[in-house]
Design a protein around this ligand. Structure first.
Ligand code: O7M
Length: 244
C-alpha cells in the first residue's frame, strides 16, 4: 500500500501520450490502459491524431474509460463554428477538451463551451504555456487571458509547471478553477513545482513517463517525488478541486 500522500499525488498526474512516429501509436495506446488505472488520466492531441487518426483518439478514450480523466488536447483556436465542428467530430468519449483562451468569448469560446456541455465534456483554457516563447505574447497578456477565463467559466485552465510563479498568479485569480500544469521533466519543471509551489491541481507529464521502459514505475516515481515535497498540501487540498 502506498503512503496516503503518494496515493493522493499519483491521482494528480496526467500522462501525455504523444507518439513521435507511427510505430509508437500502439505502444502508447497500450500504455493508456496501464497508466489510467494508476494515475489521474491521460492527455492525447495532435501527434496522436496525425499519426493514428481519429480512430486512435477514440481508442485512447475507450481504453481509459472508467480509469481517469481523458483529456483531448487540440488547443483549438478558431471561430466558434469551426471549433464546434472539430469538437463534435473528435471529442466524443473525452471528459475534457482544450482551447486557447486568446480566442475570446463572443463568437468563440462561448460556442465551444455550449457544444462541449452538450457532449458531456468540460472545457479547459490555455492561459499561459510552458515554453520560453510564452513570455513573448501570452504572459504579458495574462491578466486579459484570465479575464476571458473568468467570463467563460471553464472547468480548468492550463498554466506552466516550468514557471510556478505564473501558476501561483493564476491560482490567486481563479481560486476554484482546476489548474493543469505541463512542462514537468523533459521541459525542465520538477515534479511538484506546479502543485506544491503554484497551487495546481494536476501536473501533466509526457516523455518522462511515456518514454520510460517502465511507465507505471516512472509515474509512481513522479508521485513519490511530489508527495515528499508537500504531503500536507496533498492531504489537505486548499482549493478542494483535486481529482473528481
Ligand atoms: O512532458 P512533455 O514535455 O513530454 O509533454 C508535455 C505535454 O504537455 C505535451 O503533450 C504538450 O502538448 C503539453 N503542453 C505543454 O508542453 N506546454 C504547454 O504550455 C501546454 C501543454 C498542454 O498540455 O496544453 C494543454
Amino acid at each position: 500500500m502506498d503512503p496516503p500522500a503518494v496515493g493522493e499525488a499519483v491521482k494528480r498526474v496526467i500522462v501525455a501520450l504523444d507518439p513521435a512516429r507511427r510505430g509508437d501509436v500502439d505502444r502508447l495506446l497500450d500504455m493508456a490502459r496501464l497508466v489510467c488505472g494508476v494515475g489521474a488520466g491521460i492527455k492525447v492531441g495532435l501527434p496522436m491524431l496525425a499519426l493514428g487518426g481519429s480512430e486512435a483518439l477514440a481508442e485512447a478514450a475507450r481504453l481509459c474509460k472508467g480509469g481517469g480523466l481523458r483529456v483531448l488536447d487540440l488547443k483549438l483556436a478558431d471561430i466558434g463554428y469551426i471549433m464546434r465542428l472539430a469538437a463534435e467530430s473528435l471529442s466524443r468519449g473525452f471528459d475534457a477538451a482544450i482551447a486557447h483562451a486568446f480566442v475570446g468569448y463572443e463568437g468563440g469560446l462561448v460556442e465551444l463551451k455550449k457544444t462541449l456541455d452538450g457532449l458531456g465534456a468540460r472545457l479547459v483554457l490555455v492561459v499561459s504555456m510552458s515554453h520560453p516563447g510564452s513570455r513573448e505574447v501570452l504572459d504579458p497578456c495574462l491578466d486579459k487571458l484570465l479575464a476571458v477565463a473568468r467570463r467563460v467559466e471553464p472547468w480548468g485552465v492550463v498554466a506552466p509547471a516550468t514557471r510556478p510563479e505564473v501558476v501561483a498568479r493564476v491560482r490567486e485569480t481563479l481560486p476554484t478553477t482546476v489548474i493543469l500544469s505541463p512542462g514537468v521533466g523533459a521541459q525542465g519543471g520538477k515534479p511538484g513545482d506546479a502543485i506544491c509551489l503554484g497551487g495546481a491541481d494536476y501536473e501533466i507529464v509526457g516523455r518522462m513517463v511515456a518514454g520510460s521502459p517502465d511507465p507505471v514505475s516512472a509515474l509512481r516515481g513522479v508521485a513519490e517525488y511530489i508527495a515528499a515535497r508537500c504531503p500536507e498540501k496533498l492531504l489537505h487540498s486548499s482549493t478542494g478541486n483535486g481529482p473528481s
